[in-house]
Design a protein around this ligand. Structure first.
Ligand code: URA
Ligand code: CA
Length: 433
């Protein structure tokens, strides 16, 4: 097989065989195909697209390019949730113990945050003692016993995706549905998921800016999952404004605890219930979404979801008593209110810029090597659609620096108050096919 023939075939709009796709991925991973040929093929795919069979073959070739996590020793259907990324997205912290408390095993491999979006591991590390450096054996044992554990990313998962994504980033080929969908799905499958629930974000804080784009990506991923034998569902949710009220590591853990107690923000609670119901259904613990939702509501009301969170933290050497006393989480030295400059209705809180403001306080990393400050961040008191009076607090800034004029400017520039406005839609669509 010659790479140039594969490139020409795709350039001319023909369909690649499974063997051709595997050849490309294997030889590219092994450095036997140069970057210029790989980027040429990526550009051809960008313009000519791929059909369902090609997308499935590309996904599985990338899965098999490196380690595949074997979770077969865990009883039950392992359901993984994936979010395409957002600001203040506290859902995993709530969902993992909640779904586990209903009996669906959550064997989660997670990463750290980069840029203005936070990582689940960083957030969890704000609990004293908690860590994700556990052996694969211990990970499996904990999931079997407590139904939930989190482990750090293994070094050699989908190396083909790593290499190809790096190349796409600098060759104008990131924004291609077949390439994005196979990239995301390959990582989930390599991490051992039997079934996958996807939260595809849309809005200014998201990768996919419009509902149409998000829907196309969601459909593509659901089809790939189902074509390679992983039951997959997706929702399209709004990321125009940050999710929930808290943005920042320890602040989001506190928000997660409150949500597990049934006292969480409305939007976060609704998203968790929607995604959680899907996880329960694909995990085989309920026959439909209505029954699943009832199970989740019971788990919150009777306290079992919160107790599962405590056990999960303690199993990984964390201080589980934070669920009784959130004051034990790291706290910033200063709490500074940002006041509304005028009366009206909040019509815009630009998610990604709010994420940047939180990063400026030290909550996020600019580069992989940066240290982060777990205690800092923002608590929103007003969300889009809320009324506000002049001089009322829009949000509280939790900071370890007293001089934060730059952060305040950033926030003021990205919160809009108008005379009329409505509450935004949180969940735009549910996609099961
Ligand atoms: N995120 C991924 O993991 N892959 C892509 O291709 C784009 C976003
Ligand atoms: Ca939040």
């Amino acid at each position: 097989m010659r790479m140039v023939d594969i490139i020409e075939k795709k350039r001319d709009g023909q369909i690649l065989t499974k063997q051709e796709i595997e050849y490309f991925i294997n030889e590219y991973t092994n450095d036997n195909i140069p970057d210029y040929q790989a980027s040429s093929l990526a550009m051809a795919i960008y313009f000519q697209d791929m059909n369902d069979d090609e997308r499935a073959a590309l996904t599985m070739a990338m899965v098999n390019s490196g380690d595949v996590i074997d979770l077969s020793d865990i009883e039950g259907i392992k359901v993984d949730k994936h979010s395409t990324g957002g600001v203040g997205d506290t859902t995993t912290l709530v969902l993992a113990p909640l779904v586990a408390s209903v009996g669906v095993p959550v064997a989660k491999m997670s990463g750290r945050g980069l840029g203005h979006t936070g990582g689940t591991i960083d957030k969890l590390e704000s609990v004293e003692g908690f860590h994700v450096e556990i052996s694969e054996d211990k990970f499996v044992k904990l999931v079997n016993e407590a139904k939930v554990a989190v482990i750090g990313q293994s070094g050699n998962l989908t190396p083909a995706d790593k290499k190809l994504y790096g190349l796409r980033d600098v060759t104008g080929t990131v924004n291609s549905i077949p390439l994005i969908a196979s990239s995301i799905m390959s990582k989930k499958i390599a991490a051992g998921a039997d079934a996958i629930v996807l939260d595809v974000k849309t809005g200014n804080g998201a990768f996919m800016k419009t509902i149409e784009e998000a829907e196309a990506l969601a459909h593509a991923m659901v089809r790939i999952g189902n074509n390679v034998g992983r039951n997959t569902m997706a929702i399209i949710s709004d990321m125009g404004q940050p999710l929930g009220n808290a943005i920042g590591n320890a602040l989001e853990v506190k928000e997660a605890i409150e949500t597990l107690q049934g006292k969480g923000p409305k939007d976060l609670t609704e998203l968790v219930m929607t995604l959680g119901s899907q996880m329960i259904v694909v995990g085989g613990k309920a026959k439909d979404l209505g029954e699943a939702r009832q199970l989740l509501e019971n788990a919150i009301q009777n306290g079992s979801a919160l107790e599962t969170f405590r056990t999960f933290l303690e199993n990984q050497d964390g201080d589980g008593s934070v669920v009784d006393d959130v004051e034990k989480l790291p706290q910033a030295k200063y709490q500074i209110e940002l006041l509304a400059p005028k009366s009206g209705i909040v019509t815009e809180i630009v998610a990604n810029e709010i994420g940047v403001a939180s990063m400026m306080l030290g909550a996020g990393r600019q580069t992989k090597e940066d240290d982060i400050d777990l205690s800092v961040g923002l608590i929103l008191h007003k969300k889009v659609g809320d009324k506000v009076n002049e001089g009322e607090a829009l949000l509280t800034i939790h900071s370890n620096k007293e001089q934060i004029d730059d952060v305040k400017d950033k926030l003021n520039q990205n919160i809009t108050i108008s005379q009329t406005g409505t509450e935004p839609t949180l969940i735009h669509k549910i996609i099961t096919e």
